[in-house]
Design a protein around this ligand. Structure first.
Ligand SMILES: C[S@@+](CC[C@H](N)C(=O)[O-])C[C@H]1O[C@@H](n2cnc3c(N)ncnc32)[C@H](O)[C@@H]1O
Length: 250
């Protein structure tokens, strides 16, 4: 576990030197049942929201991860990746151009398709994903207001800073980036102490589910939190379970 100072802010870390492939291999090289749960929870939230029509979805802090894109694809007419690290934007763009999916993507796409049940899904998600997705290099703190109809965010606002004020600022910007009533579906690490990518430490704010709920109660209605796989020991660097939050922006 890294020793990120609690007073350490987002700007104190070398995000452009984020080693995308190391992160992918460490966190998604060997899919964990909790990853499948993230997909199922996101599909449930987005699938329910899409009954009102196709969604214009942003994923904030996507990192080297197709999971949010797979959850979005069947119900989105547009998908925006909003990611700060140039390395991750380039990695995602290159990954979308590959002719063959990695075995891990095949696994996660199978989980997404099963979760969508009766909603039509393509056998190969990459060509439609390539057509629908825009990759934007940008900070959570600079998200435009009231732009999208749904926003996902997995392990970003609490995993980019050791400062509570920046976490609150990030969550406010995330909640405000969708139109009023827009769907929010987000996962947060709980009681983490930081993580290491390659040999570089990155920060995580150690939070309780109650603290996360308290912040979102100011920005959303119908907030529901589910506790997933929360254990005392780490499963991977900085990871010992998460909460999944859904709500509607106010
Ligand atoms: C712990 S990783 C999570 C990645 C991915 N969402 C996942 O679930 O595995 C945190 C991500 O937030 C990104 N990030 C760092 N600072 C950011 C900022 N100011 N705005 C948006 N994203 C940021 C990092 O580059 C990284 O991709």
């Amino acid at each position: 576990m890294a020793n990120a100072s609690p007073a350490t802010g987002n700007a104190d870390f070398s995000w452009d030197r984020f080693d995308s492939e190391s992160y992918f291999q460490h966190y998604y090289g060997d899919p964990h049942p909790d990853d499948d749960n993230v997909i199922r929870l996101a599909v449930a939230a987005l699938g329910a929201a899409a009954k009102e029509g196709p969604l214009d979805i942003v994923d904030v802090g996507t990192g080297p991860n197709f999971i949010p894109l797979f959850a979005a694809l069947p119900v989105a007419d547009r998908v925006t990746v909003w990611e700060y690290a140039r390395s991750n934007c380039d990695w995602l763009a290159a990954e979308l151009e590959k002719p063959e999916m990695r075995p891990q993507w095949k696994h996660f796409w199978r989980v997404a398709r099963e979760a969508y049940m009766s909603t039509p899904t393509p056998i190969d998600p990459i060509p439609p994903l390539r057509a629908k997705t825009t990759i934007t290099q940008g900070s959570i703190y600079d998200l435009p207001a009231r732009r999208w109809t749904a926003a996902t965010m997995f392990f970003c606002a609490e995993s980019i800073t050791g400062r509570m004020d920046e976490f609150e600022q990030g969550c406010a910007a995330y909640a405000r980036c969708v139109k009023p009533g827009g769907i929010l579906a987000a996962a947060f690490l709980v009681r983490s102490g930081g993580y290491i990518v390659g040999d570089r430490p990155f920060p995580v704010l150690s939070l309780t589910p109650e603290a996360i709920e308290d912040v979102f109660s100011r920005h959303a209605r119908d907030v529901v939190l589910q506790r997933i796989g929360i254990v005392e020991r780490e499963i991977r660097s900085g990871y010992s379970g998460f909460v999944f939050l859904t709500g509607r922006a106010i």
